[in-house]
Write a protein that binds this ligand. Structure first.
Ligand code: BGC
Length: 250
């Protein structure tokens, strides 16, 4: 197994990348952040990723996260990113921009789930772990003994007649100026809907709002334990580097 990998996490406002120690999950370089080009088309994002890798001086396999469903390398959705991603061959797009480096592309929440399950909040759990990222939307990942079931999209599940991420994304709390109590009630409805179908052993709550976990986790009323993500803003980078190492191509 390679000792180090490189992960790039593509978000709505920033593209972040760093090298990662694959045996500990620790970053081995500073995070380089470049603003996400607007519009965030495949070509523009891939060029930015290539700039980032060049700045880091990395040569080797690269893992990249995107906030969309990717099956056999093809982007299938584009919630919260430029719609021109849909149908694009993500491996070809990044591979060309990165001068032929081996590139592995996966969903952003799936990457965070891989990293949290191995090195973070899920590492002691011997069962089914569901990670949810609360941000502009809601991302999801299911893991069982380190194996990822890729491309779950619980953020788009209908919960009492409304999409889960329209109820309980972190952005909904900000836009509607909800108190933590009111927002947590919506999060609970989403968690209950998921746990009634999957019976996970643990939920890991990720996304920026997990930094304020002490203000809202205790307000949740679902039955499965919920813990905050541990790796915080590095989970996507670490998970991307892990996926590139294994070459898992969802
Ligand atoms: C997308 C997911 C993504 C999540 C977090 C959702 O809107 O459909 O693919 O993982 O946002 O970025």
């Amino acid at each position: 197994m390679a000792e180090q990998g490189f992960g790039i996490d593509v978000g709505g406002s920033g593209i972040k990348g760093a090298s990662v120690d694959l045996t500990t999950g620790a970053l081995t370089s500073e995070i380089i952040t470049i603003p996400t080009p607007q519009p965030a088309t495949p070509a523009a994002v891939a060029r930015t990723a290539a700039d980032l890798v060049a700045q880091a001086g990395w040569t080797g396999p690269v893992g990249v996260t995107l906030p969309l469903v990717v099956t056999a390398g093809i982007a299938r959705t584009a919630a919260n990113v430029d719609s021109s991603w849909i149908g694009s061959d993500t491996h070809a797009v990044f591979g060309a921009a990165l001068g032929g480096s081996a590139v592995t592309v996966l969903n952003d929440a799936d990457a965070a789930g891989l990293a949290e399950d191995k090195f973070g909040a899920g590492s002691d759990v011997d069962g089914v772990v569901v990670l949810l990222t609360f941000g502009t939307g809601i991302g999801s990942a299911i893991l069982f003994h380190g194996q990822l079931l890729p491309n779950t999209e619980f953020g788009h599940m209908q919960v009492d007649g409304m999409e889960a991420e329209h109820r309980a994304a972190a952005s909904v709390r900000t836009k509607q100026q909800l108190s933590y109590k009111d927002w947590a009630a919506e999060v609970s409805r989403v968690l209950i809907a998921i746990e009634n179908l999957l019976w996970p052993d643990l939920f890991v709550a990720g996304g920026g709002i997990s930094a304020d976990a002490d203000q809202w986790l205790h307000l949740l009323t679902n039955r499965t334990p919920v813990v905050p993500a541990k790796l915080r803003n590095t989970a996507g980078i670490v998970g991307a580097a892990m996926a590139a190492e294994t070459g898992i191509r969802p």
